[in-house]
Design a protein around this ligand. Structure first.
Ligand code: NAG
Ligand code: NAG
Ligand code: NAG
Ligand code: NAG
Ligand code: NAG
Length: 761
């Protein structure tokens, strides 16, 4: 059963692939990413390309290298790292390690890949706020590193688009079913990278060798970020309206690194490297590497180079929630975006014979109406023999709430006309809403209503109407159950994720040739698709970052991120804390939602920002006890200065770790201190006062309590103390807030404060 859950489905492919050791056949040859110290390059070489080639040829083992390019070289990097990727035997690797200028090397790995209405939900409005202030992102270039693009999609039409900026240095590369005339003023660049995948042993077969997207992921993410207006977009009648990206007037450049759901580190690095040199302003990365240290994480390394050039990098958390510490891309110099669901329901209406109608959750792409049929209640769903005796009727049955997948698949293979399934109180999750037969998910309360009707009526009947869309259900948004949570393994002292954005049931463009789902065993096609995942939330944030870049060209990447974080919503549309669907609808903690849900219009005018630059990140890396070589692999700079290490990055959120204790031992109490500097980015002079939302069992202090800014760009510093009053049990997470509020109540600058006894395994 190909249930449609974008990232998850891709992961299955990746997990299976990753389980195979890197070298399968007899040889000990593998692909390595190699970092080199540029300051060690002998003067005889005019260019680092020739130095790397010479270094490699000095170690040539012709028999091993016959199949690959120049001396086994796969990619040479210019910006993202100082170094290259190459096929090397273990013997060659050990020789290389003795070469002057060698810093580090690690094997290539496979990466994990992880809207008509979402812009209204984000309150983007053509006549006020961020859209007009940014001219809809005009002139900004967004680079999407993903599975390529389906250029014929209407989202990439150039009508209304300004000229390609003269600073643009990119290219529209030709290949299978893709020629350069497919680029235009919207899609201004398209490149593809697969030498790393093709050099694997065994090589990954590439059928369409070009930037063309055959899977759909890249078309969906890029049209979400910057798609042009498409009138009358809908998905089989679901979610109708005008589709557009967050920044409809920004330009797009695509870098295809993912092939059939697989991508190699070396190719991802090459894609980001080119995006940097081509001149993009924002990089959107809906993919990530699990369980890697910062100095071996290609996204961390390449994003550092991007940050130094003022390029904003937005990434996804992954879909491994709801457990703690499951996220990837917990990198201090990128934006890390989790997934939320918004106020649109894709629905099936169940009309009972007595005139009652019930709204059920379902996305089914077959016939829109299942006409009136007898309806029966069969108790448990797990008996195919008994289900097969039902015949052409609608079945209501109960599945194991922890394994509803198998209940749905048993009913799907029975010869019944349709099926209704009961979900636990907090819902089943969007993953199960995709049906390949006429089916829908109902709440326990609605199940009772239906079963009561069946028992009471001599000839109970029901009709199912699919393709229904309900906007603005009472409560929204909520944190999606699947979104991966913090804290970040690779950098525990920086609270991650940063925020959440719409990720569930997002409508965006899709390749005509890739199926969007199945009706029975028949694949169905559509120019749009509705899918879910943190992969979908990331491009929402990337598009908003593009708008902020256009509105505030002088802001650093950290300033843009700070503006998005400190203005995010922590309350839902009913004024209550945003609930977490992964935790029975309890209020979400900042380890699930970061600072809250993205609010683009408020981010336009944040009042104060928490800025940071390369020097601050360097001090953090020093304090994290990375070696000189490891730091140099990330920063590419031999100016290694660890004179003032600090774990306390100038970040717009706080996380304090305490050890778990018990009342008799008294362990775990103590004080954690944070230093921050905020910059006034509003015109004129302002006075702010601190407002603290307390944490039970803790006392919070801010010094000073009042900050006075004489003019724009003024900076002021303060200190936050988090003091534990009582011991906390193991694995506990509690939180409060620090808000700076100006005396005219124009700006509220929010930061979450987490106190936890979480320990990493
Ligand atoms: C590129 O493709 C377009 C559309 O398929 C076609 O009209 C055009 O002739 C092609 N151009 C080149 C240079 O191959
Ligand atoms: C399934 O249902 C059939 C017919 O009602 C019954 O004979 C059989 O014992 C059931 N099997 C199980 C495992 O419950
Ligand atoms: C898309 O599908 C059509 C019809 O099957 C086919 O003719 C065309 O070659 C396909 N395009 C690509 C790029 O595979
Ligand atoms: C190292 O950094 C500190 C500030 O962080 C600065 O004062 C010092 O001059 C730097 N040293 C060198 C050698 O660059
Ligand atoms: C509490 O801590 C003390 C000292 O570490 C230890 O001896 C005692 O067993 C602990 N009690 C419980 C209930 O864990």
């Amino acid at each position: 059963m190909a249930r449609h859950y974008c990232s998850l489905r891709l992961w299955f492919v990746l997990l299976a692939a990753a389980a195979v050791p890197f070298t399968t056949v007899s040889s000990d040859v593998d692909t390595y990413i190699v970092h080199m110290d540029m300051s060690a390059m002998p003067a005889a070489f005019a260019h680092h390309h020739s130095w790397f080639a010479a270094t490699l040829s000095a170690m040539a083992e012709p028999s091993h290298l016959a199949t690959t390019t120049c001396h086994g070289l796969i990619h040479v990097y210019d910006h993202a790292i100082h170094g290259f990727s190459a096929r090397l035997s273990t013997h060659q690797l050990s020789q290389l390690q003795k070469t002057h200028g060698f810093l580090s090397a690690y094997p290539d790995r496979l990466v994990k890949l992880d809207t008509t209405h979402s812009y209204e939900f984000l309150h983007l409005n053509p006549s006020s706020g961020l859209w007009p202030a940014s001219n809809f992102g005009e002139g900004v270039i967004v680079g999407v590193v993903d599975s390529g693009v389906w250029p014929e999609s209407e989202s990439y039409r150039e009508n209304g688009m300004p000229q390609v900026p003269s600073r643009w240095k990119g290219a529209c590369e030709e290949g299978t079913a893709f020629n350069s005339s497919m680029c235009n003023r919207k899609l201004i660049g398209a490149r593809y990278f697969n030498r790393g995948l093709r050099a694997r042993d065994p090589p990954v077969p590439i059928s369409v060798n070009s930037p063309r997207d055959m899977g759909g992921h890249g078309t969906h993410t890029s049209s979400t970020a910057v798609g042009n207006y498409v009138r009358g977009a809908s998905f089989f009648g679901y979610a109708p309206g005008t589709a557009r990206g967050m920044a409809p007037r920004a330009h797009l450049a695509v870098y295809k690194v993912s092939w059939g759901g697989r991508a190699a580190t070396s190719d991802v690095l090459a894609g980001i490297d080119k995006a940097i040199s081509d001149g993009v302003d924002v990089i959107s990365l809906s993919l990530g590497f699990d369980d890697v240290h910062l100095h071996k994480d290609p996204i961390a390394i390449a994003a550092y180079a991007a940050m130094e050039k003022g390029i904003f990098v937005s990434t996804s958390t992954g879909n491994d929630g709801p457990d703690f510490s499951t996220l990837h891309n917990g990198i201090p110099w990128v934006l890390t975006v989790g997934a939320a669901s918004f106020d649109r329901e894709l629905a099936c209406v169940v009309d009972l014979g007595d005139g009652t109608s019930i709204v059920a959750a379902s996305v089914y792409l077959g016939e829109p109406v299942l006409e009136e049929l007898p309806i029966v209640f069969k108790g448990a769903c797990d008996n195919l023999t008994s289900l097969n005796r039902v015949g052409h009727k609608i079945v209501v049955c109960k599945g194991d709430p922890d394994d509803l997948d198998s209940a749905i698949s048993i009913v799907g293979s029975a010869r019944v006309a349709g099926g209704l399934f009961t979900c636990p109180t907090e819902g089943c999750g969007v993953r199960l809403e995709r049906f390949e037969f006429p089916g829908a998910l109902i709440s326990p309360q609605d199940a009772r209503t239906i079963i009561k009707y069946i028992h009471r009526s001599p000839a109970p009947t029901a009709r199912l109407r699919f393709r229904q869309t309900r906007v603005r259900k009472k409560q929204a948004p909520s944190v999606a159950e699947y979104t991966s949570r913090g804290p970040s393994h690779s950098c525990p002292n920086v609270l991650k994720p940063d925020l959440v954005a719409p990720g569930s049931q997002v409508l965006a463009s899709w390749p005509q040739n890739a199926s969007v789902g199945f009706v029975g065993t028949r694949p169905v096609h559509s120019p749009f698709n509705v899918i879910s995942g943190s992969s979908m939330s990331c491009p929402h944030a990337s598009g908003v970052a593009a708008l902020l870049r256009a509105a505030h060209p002088d802001w650093s990447p950290a300033a843009i991120r700070s503006a998005m974080m400190t203005t995010a919503d922590s309350l839902d549309n009913t004024g209550k804390p945003i609930p977490d669907r992964g935790n029975s609808g309890e209020p979400a903690t900042p380890l699930a939602m970061g600072s809250g849900h993205l609010n683009p219009n408020r981010a336009l005018d944040p009042g104060l920002i928490y800025d940071a630059g390369a020097g601050d990140y360097m001090r953090l890396l020093c304090a994290m006890k990375f070696s000189k070589q490891q730091i140099q692999a990330i920063t590419r700079s031999s100016n290694h200065n660890c004179s003032s290490p600090s774990l306390d990055l100038n970040y717009p959120s706080f996380i304090a770790y305490f050890s778990a204790g018990n009342s008799s031992s008294g362990a775990g109490t103590g004080v954690r201190e944070f230093q921050r500097t905020v910059t006034n980015v509003a015109d004129g002079s302002w006075t702010y006062a601190a407002r603290l939302t307390p944490i039970e069992g803790f006392s919070l202090h801010v010094e000073p309590h009042k900050l006075v800014f004489k003019e724009k760009h003024d900076k002021q510093s303060f200190k936050l103390l988090v003091e534990s009053k009582a011991v906390m049990e193991k694995g506990k997470v509690v939180h409060g807030w620090l808000s700076w509020v100006d005396d005219q109540s124009k700006h509220v600058v929010n930061s979450p404060i987490v106190a936890t006894t979480f320990t990493f395994v």
